[in-house]
Design a protein around this ligand. Structure first.
Ligand SMILES: *Cc1c(COP(=O)(O)O)cnc(C)c1O
Length: 391
């Protein structure tokens, strides 16, 4: 059987094997403490759920326009104007089944065979696969904890070639929790645009910020940037709506129109009920976001402090999202392990703690620890981690 290029080149999620193993151990009755969650452990806020129930009761159950329900698109424009100083018309918005679909549509619109897309590493696991899907080549721009996981104009200059087409940015970052300042983004994005690159700015963790860190949307820098940056955002993380599947892209009309055409022939419009829930998420009370971020903050401080007392581990204090991303290279050395996969496997089998290896994110010296789990689990997990290393 000869499968297509896409089928041959797209990889299964490398973290899946670990997740399967954790599930198997749990099914065997082992008390596995999970730190793998890529989603908030909070329920979707009540007002949002009620808006969906109302939509069903009112029979709002038919196809919507592919690019989204007009009312929702208007609310998104309002949100982008109020929060991000971005002025968009409804014709510049594409609503999709999750930010993931929006990003993939945009990658398909911007990348051609032979093009290069620059992906700062560590990266969200889906970016390289989407670039491959588009027939283009992912080019990784490595950062480490020594430079706070930040690219600069100078480091970017080193990987730009005549084939470079697109730059991915993700602030706050999954997996590192890094947040760029406005000044840093201005320098990086103005340079990228000057070099003719398009930029996808993945802002899905926009409101999950700590220590007074501020979010900035690079499309707002100036007209040149506005014409080259596509802003992507969604409801999954900030409103605990991962299962609802709702996200959006905002950008130059020509790009959005082309992305809408692709979505026309793949999935059509996002779920009608979900879109009205999303409308309530944007227009309703934001109190639930404040409560969630406050709780994440408490866990973040605790977990990073505990991690940094462990010999062989060093962990930066993340400024956003809900992941700690400690450097475990010395710990691996001390335990004679090859890398993050071996460490995670060992901890899962012997201590029943489930972390995520850094290797699939392009950072084998690290592991990803989600603190989207209860404080009780975090305390218990860290105690177990310490105890295991002491024996
Ligand atoms: C979760 C996540 C997304 C996608 O979220 P959707 O559920 O598809 O809206 C996009 N980018 C990053 C970095 C994420 O962590």
């Amino acid at each position: 059987m000869v499968l297509s290029r896409v089928a041959r080149e797209i990889q299964a999620s490398a973290t899946l094997a670990i997740t399967a193993k954790a599930k198997q151990l749990a099914a065997e009755g082992k008390d596995v403490i999970g730190f793998g969650a890529g989603e908030p452990d909070f329920d979707t806020p009540e007002n949002i759920k009620n808006a969906a129930i109302k939509a069903i009761k009112n029979g709002f159950t038919k196809y919507t326009p592919t690019s989204g329900v007009p009312k929702l698109k208007e609310a998104i424009c309002e949100k982008l104007f109020n929060d991000n100083h971005l002025k968009y018309a409804s014709s510049q918005i594409l609503v999709s089944a999750g930010a993931k679909q929006s990003i993939c549509n945009i990658a398909l619109v911007l990348c051609d065979t032979g093009d290069e897309a620059i992906i700062p590493s560590p990266y969200w696991v889906s970016y390289p696969e989407m670039v491959t899907l588009a027939g283009a080549k992912p080019v990784f721009l490595e950062t480490t904890d020594k430079d706070s996981f930040k690219i600069t104009k100078e480091s970017l200059a080193k990987v730009i070639t005549p084939k470079s087409k697109l730059l991915f940015l993700n602030s706050p970052s999954n997996p590192t929790g890094m947040v760029y300042t406005e000044e840093e983004l201005r320098e990086i994005v103005m340079f990228a645009v000057e070099k003719g690159l398009y930029v996808i700015s993945d802002e899905i963790y926009e409101k999950i910020l700590y220590d007074g860190a501020a979010h900035f949307s690079p499309a707002a820098i100036n007209d040149d940037c506005y014409n080259k940056v596509v802003t992507v955002n969604g409801f999954s993380k900030v409103y605990s709506m991962t299962g609802w599947r709702l996200g959006y892209a905002a950008g130059p009309e020509k790009i959005i129109k082309a992305a809408t055409n692709i979505q026309d022939h793949t999935t059509s419009g996002a779920n009608s009920i979900t879109q009205l829930a999303g409308l309530e998420a944007l227009r309703g009370s934001q109190e639930s976001v404040t409560v969630m971020v406050k709780e994440f903050d408490r866990r973040r401080k605790y977990i990073v402090e505990r991690l940094n007392t462990i010999k062989g581990i060093s962990c930066l204090l993340p400024q956003g999202a809900f992941y700690a991303f400690p450097n475990v290279s010395r710990l691996c050395e001390n335990l004679s392990l090859k890398g993050s996969f071996d460490l995670v496997s060992l901890l899962l089998e012997k201590a029943h703690i489930a972390f995520v290896p850094g290797a699939p994110f392009g950072a084998d010296a690290h592991i990803r620890i989600s603190y989207a789990t209860s404080m009780e689990n975090i305390e218990k997990g860290m105690d177990r981690f310490e105890k295991f290393l002491n024996t």
